[in-house]
Design a protein around this ligand. Structure first.
Ligand code: KG4
Ligand code: ZN
Length: 341
């Protein structure tokens, strides 16, 4: 007998992308619609939370309709609704949560709240059918930098995290300082290709008693100090060299911590996730380091690294199988911790 298909509609609105996706049986993405607010926030040099919420309200129904249409399904075909309920911007999250509750209530189907970071990790399952826990995962986004052992679906042991700025935040702040604008990550990534990564010696922070933790605020300050010094002395700033040297410093630490953890814990599978995981320099360096150490390397395509709803649908599927169900009291939790429900 053919097994019943499980169709999940997933919604993501934690920051500046309004996204919806239909996912079949956990790993088959039938649609992945993303409405980006980049053009809106570029005017202000970063995400303006109030504007983000309003834009989500404006777009969410269109995005959901497009996701259903592209997947060739209707609301009546769905088995569950998955939605990001934290962490993120509270007003932005609330739009997705309210929408998901309304659909789940109207269609009498289960509501499954998803942790945004669990979604990022789950992006790796989409294109790697062989990947199953346990494995090591480095999650590198605009708000988070975590190194975790994925023990099981949705079960994590946190080995390290950032002490200050997230890696993506450092990219965005440095990009702003060298006049590249928002969003900084992709712009630094592009400009780095024209620069010399060893032109300027920026620091690589290692934390004495927490070998897998990260710290990027010292690096950010070092870049700002370098730029100030150049302004004062009249020394010419070669933006591409600053970008490449900064990116190399971030990449070195991300690769070093992940590979060291894999060796220390004897784990031979390493995945990366989150917006910064789309960075070309990082992908190339991590791939080379993994090859050298005999570690199997997994990374989502760039479109599944940055915020999207497909990854939320994948995570929701595994939560659904485990029996996770949320009630009508599900709320947005802006500082939801990893592993919390
Ligand atoms: O995962 P994400 O889309 O949203 C959060 O959950 O935060 O990550 C966004 C972050 C931003 O800081 C952005 O600058 C960074 O990811 N990012 C990149 C690249 N693409 C996006 N950073 C470095 N290189 C990239 N190619
Ligand atoms: Zn994200």
């Amino acid at each position: 007998m053919e097994e019943k298909e499980i169709l999940i509609l997933a919604i993501e609105s934690s920051c500046d992308e309004t996204a919806a996706s239909v996912v079949k049986n956990g790993r088959c993405i039938l649609s992945n619609v993303i409405s980006s607010q980049i053009a809106l926030h570029t005017l202000y040099g970063g995400v303006v939370p109030e504007l983000a919420s309003r834009k989500h309200i404006e777009k969410i129904n269109q995005v959901i309709e497009a996701a259903l249409c592209e997947a060739n399904v209707t609301l009546d075909d769905l088995d569950a609704i998955g939605v990001t309920y934290g962490p993120g911007l509270v007003g932005a999250l609330l739009v997705g949560v309210a929408e998901a509750k309304a659909i789940a209530y109207a269609k009498k189907i289960p509501l499954v709240g998803v942790h945004h970071i669990e979604g990022h990790v789950s992006a790796n399952y989409i294109e790697h059918p062989d990947l199953e826990p346990p494995f090591l995962c480095e999650i590198i986004s605009g708000g988070h930098t975590h190194l975790v052992i994925v023990k099981d679906y949705g079960e994590f042991d946190i080995l390290g995290r950032t002490r200050d700025d997230a890696a993506g935040e450092a990219f965005d702040k440095v990009a702003r300082a060298i006049g590249l604008g928002y969003p900084g990550g992709p712009k630094i990534d592009r400009l780095s290709k024209e620069g010399n990564p060893s032109a300027i010696a920026f620091p690589r922070a290692h934390i004495e008693d927490a070998p897998y933790d990260f710290s990027f605020s010292g690096l950010k300050s070092a870049v700002l100090n370098y730029l100030n010094k150049c302004h004062m002395t009249g020394e010419q700033i070669v933006e591409a060299d600053v970008a490449a040297s900064f990116q190399q410093a971030v990449v070195d630490v991300l690769v070093d911590n992940a590979i060291r953890a894999a060796k220390d814990y004897g784990i031979d599978r390493l995945a990366i996730a989150g917006g910064v995981a789309s960075n070309q320099g990082l992908r190339t360096a991590m791939e080379a380091a993994c090859q050298k150490e005999g570690i199997r390397f997994y990374r989502p395509s760039p479109v599944f690294c940055t915020d999207n709803a497909a990854m939320i649908g994948v995570a929701a599927y595994y939560e659904y199988l485990k029996g996770t169900r949320h009630g009508w009291d599900l709320n947005a939790v802006p500082n939801l911790r990893l592993g919390e429900r």
